[in-house]
Design a protein around this ligand. Structure first.
Ligand SMILES: Cc1ncc(COP(=O)(O)O)c(C=O)c1O
Length: 482
């Protein structure tokens, strides 16, 4: 990919596409945002999209499609059973990953549900480099536990390490020794790691971990939902891989695993999911779950139009120009904020720019959800919707006490091919303002707290009138209409 150079100015990330369809955005005035936030129980998941200026909640199902993806939708073959679209999707995935058997699902967590249902028994241990909310919830629901064996340095917020998602091989060895290989249902590698800032894992590390698992007869599973960013980082940061094409790197990774699953809401720029199973017998054993929970075996709960679009999206994922877009915008945002002293998770990873809430609002105790408070404040000060990724996203300990997250972050997701550079500059500007006024931000407490995955639908309230004071300060600087 030729990198676009600039004359006489620092380089900025460059969009390698042009806009064909747009959606109008509205910036509500700050006072209106305050009442919307109150209605939403200070939970950004509960906001209405029409009340948001920059929706940086997630990259899930909100990535922009290309013209080729849109036009492919027209040839979708509508059939309950035996849709030609399914066979095209299966063949494309086999071409990319070299795995023949595909179980279609409606999204990533459906894959996790089925995998857990099939492999996890009460008392089992599941090894992961790091957990993802739904991948852990499916395991614990069945009475098993997750061991997150990320290398210690992966949790250091400010760093220059290229692969902070790497699993600690010595910890894996010790875990196998302690638990016994028979009690380990599988090792799940997430590439890259959502909850620690989209940080990638190296090919070399995946190879070591899967070889160790195989030597001990442990099933190897890749969560490829965020693989596209990880592929970019392997290509650009792993010396031994720099001359390989994205397709070659993908195939080398795939060859390490028994099972690969993905959320098509991320991987493939569409909406859907799938589990690729290398072993034919295992594939047939797992088929029943699809017909029971998802849909018939040739659509698995997905719309065939989305499936056609994803088939094109998978090919686009093999294009370095396309997959470098997200990481480059994220890197720009992280660097700019870091240069102004805003504590960020560095280096920039995939998926989004991540603010280190534990440092930014260090005056808020973990039990009052620093990242939850910061993300609510960011909506008030700019109409930007991010996502809390910290203690609020954890489940409580069995004794009811808070499980304090090892990383307390606000994620500003960059849905792929969606935002322009000026929108990114706006976000940088508002985050800087908020950082300078961070002492005005206070904590939150639950008013209604669901037992499972509470961050999705829980309702909270501020512990004081800090939101009013923050909005007052914001209006003083930007005016009533901003
Ligand atoms: C790494 C990872 N795995 C699984 C999932 C779940 O996918 P879905 O949202 O499609 O259920 C996500 C979603 O964010 C993810 O980031």
């Amino acid at each position: 990919m030729p990198k676009i150079k600039f004359y006489n100015r620092p380089e900025v990330p460059m969009e390698m596409h042009k806009v064909k369809i747009v959606q109008k955005l509205t910036l509500l005035p700050a006072k209106e945002r305050l009442s919307k936030m109150k209605e939403a129980g200070f939970n950004t998941f509960m906001l209405h999209n029409g009340d948001i200026f920059m929706d940086m909640l997630t990259d899930s199902g909100v990535n922009a499609m290309s013209d080729n993806m849109q036009s492919a939708m027209l040839r979708a073959d509508d059939a309950y059973a035996g849709s030609e679209t399914f066979y095209r999707m299966r063949d494309k995935l086999e071409e990319i990953f070299g795995i023949k058997y595909l179980l279609p699902t409606h999204q990533g967590r459906a894959c996790e549900h089925i995998i857990a249902q099939h492999f996890v028994k009460p008392g089992n241990c599941i090894i992961m480099n790091y957990h993802f909310t739904t991948s852990k919830a499916h395991v614990t629901r069945l009475g098993a536990h997750v061991e997150e064996l990320i290398r210690d340095e992966g949790l250091i917020a400010k760093s220059s390490l290229p692969f902070k998602g790497n699993i600690d091989i010595d910890k894996v060895k010790a875990c196998i020794e302690k638990e016994g290989a028979d009690n380990i249902a599988y090792i799940r590698i997430e590439a890259g790691t959502n909850l620690i800032g989209g940080q990638p894992i190296s090919y070399e590390n995946m190879k070591e971990a899967t070889e160790l698992a195989k030597a001990n007869g442990i099933l190897t599973i890749l969560d490829a939902s965020l693989l596209q960013d990880n592929l970019y980082f392997i290509k650009t940061r792993e010396e031994s891989m720099k001359d390989k094409s994205i397709a070659e790197i993908t195939r080398m990774i795939a060859d390490l695993f028994d099972i690969i699953y993905f959320s098509g809401r991320k991987f493939g720029f569409g909406r859907g999911g799938g589990i690729l199973v290398r072993d034919e017998n295992l594939f047939h054993e797992m088929e029943d779950y699809i017909t029971m929970f998802e849909g018939f075996l040739t659509y698995g709960g997905m719309s065939v139009k989305e499936m056609e679009a994803m088939i094109v999206g998978f090919d686009e994922t093999m294009d370095l120009d396309i997959i470098s877009q997200g990481p480059q915008f994220i890197d720009h945002c992280v660097r700019e904020l870091d240069a102004c002293g805003v504590p960020m998770i560095t280096p920039g990873g995939g998926l989004g720019a991540h603010m280190n809430a534990r440092e930014i609002v260090s005056h808020i105790p973990s039990e009052q959800y620093p990242a939850g408070s910061l993300v609510a404040a960011l909506y008030l000060c700019g109409g930007i919707r991010g996502m809390e990724r910290g203690t609020l996203s954890e489940e409580r300990n069995p004794d009811g006490t808070e499980h304090i997250a090892s990383v307390e972050m606000v994620r500003l997701a960059f849905p792929r091919r969606v935002f322009t550079l000026s929108q990114t500059e706006y976000v940088i500007d508002r985050v800087k303002w908020l950082y300078d006024h961070r002492h005005l931000i206070g904590g939150l407490r639950f008013v209604r707290e669901p037992k499972t995955l509470r961050f999705f639908t829980g309702m909270l309230e501020p512990v004081s009138d800090w939101p009013e004071k923050l909005v007052e300060a914001y209006i003083a600087d930007f005016g009533e209409d901003q």
